[in-house]
Design a binder for this molecule. Structure first.
Ligand SMILES: [Zn+2]
Length: 311
């Protein structure tokens, strides 16, 4: 299994101070170094193949896409180059052909793990911020329309009496590999499956963080809710942008204090303990690992690499 975290490794300078200067943004957008990253109905523009590549549109075609777009956001800069995500979802696919040529709009999750890291990270960023624009056209406080500002990093309620400022949302989700120590140098990890998944797929448990809750408490609550297993020693390992549509995955390890599993069928279909040996012959035995590109894969691969003597 690949052992890296996808959609990380972005190299752009987000220009968080300069982007508040509308004149600077306008100059950047009109300049020769402007590149457009189109997003169409949550899909990303790539040239497909064994190593899919992000399509960045510049020049007259890029400016045409900006004119056709319902929203845009400055992703960041790299020297003289500037990268703008644009939402062209309102256009018919055929109307975009002059600008995109033979490239395809695809679901990033299908091809992200095959892409060079900084490109995958940039497309994930573009998809996430455009999704936010598409879903925050109206003010959550007064219901009035909102308008984009700050180079696409803010929306402001157009009703002067309200004027509320809205910022891009990221919903934190915890995802955890629960392990148990069997005392003889071996151990097992707890994986579960949801009924909507392809047959045989098992993955780490996960869930959204609730208001007023710490990350560690969310890990313990989700594991208890889904499997009735109690955990301790909750440790943060790493995170992953997951703009599918709007999450940040926070990866944890946790130690099981109890072994017995009681599956909560409202949440998951099954949960089991798997030893490292069982995971090594997982596919042969008819099971499937989580989606390639997810941090769940990374958490499992990391535990496997630790080996039976790891901890
Ligand atoms: Zn409002």
């Amino acid at each position: 299994m690949p052992n890296r975290i996808y959609y990380t490794g972005g190299t752009l300078d987000r220009a968080a101070i300069q982007r508040n200067d509308a004149a600077w943004v306008k100059r950047r957008r009109a300049g020769d170094g402007a590149f457009v990253v189109p997003v169409w109905r949550d899909k990303s523009l790539v040239v497909a193949g064994d190593n899919p590549e992000a399509v960045l549109v510049s020049g007259a075609e890029g400016r045409a896409l900006v004119d056709m777009a319902s929203d845009s956001a400055l992703l960041g800069i790299d020297g003289e180059m500037s990268y703008f995500a644009v939402d062209v979802s309102a256009c018919d696919h055929a109307a975009l052909t002059p600008q995109i040529g033979e490239a395809d709009f695809v679901d990033l999750r299908e091809i992200g793990p095959l892409m060079e890291a900084s490109q995958g990270a940039m497309l994930a960023y573009a998809r996430g911020i455009i999704h936010w624009h598409r879903n925050h056209r109206f003010c959550g406080r007064c219901g009035g329309p909102t308008q984009s500002s700050q180079a696409g990093h803010q929306r402001t309620c157009a009703d002067a009496a309200c004027g509320r400022e809205h910022y891009p949302r990221t919903d934190p989700a915890v995802i955890m590999l629960v392990t148990r120590d069997d005392g003889n140098g071996g151990g097992a990890c707890l994986l579960g499956r949801q009924p909507t998944w392809p047959p045989g797929r098992y993955s780490t448990l996960a869930g959204f963080v609730e208001p007023g809750e710490t990350l560690e408490a969310a890990v313990a609550r989700e594991v208890l809710e889904e499997t009735a297993v109690r955990v301790s020693d909750v440790r943060y390992l790493s995170s992953q942008p997951w703009p599918f549509p709007a999450s940040l995955m926070l990866g944890f390890r946790a130690r099981a204090e109890t072994n017995e599993i009681t599956v909560n069928e409202d949440e998951i279909e099954d949960a089991r303990w798997f030893t490292r040996d069982e995971l090594r012959r997982f596919e042969e035995d008819g099971y499937h690992f989580p989606r390639r590109g997810s941090i769940a894969s990374w958490l499992i691969a990391r535990w496997l690499e630790e080996g039976d003597d790891g901890e």
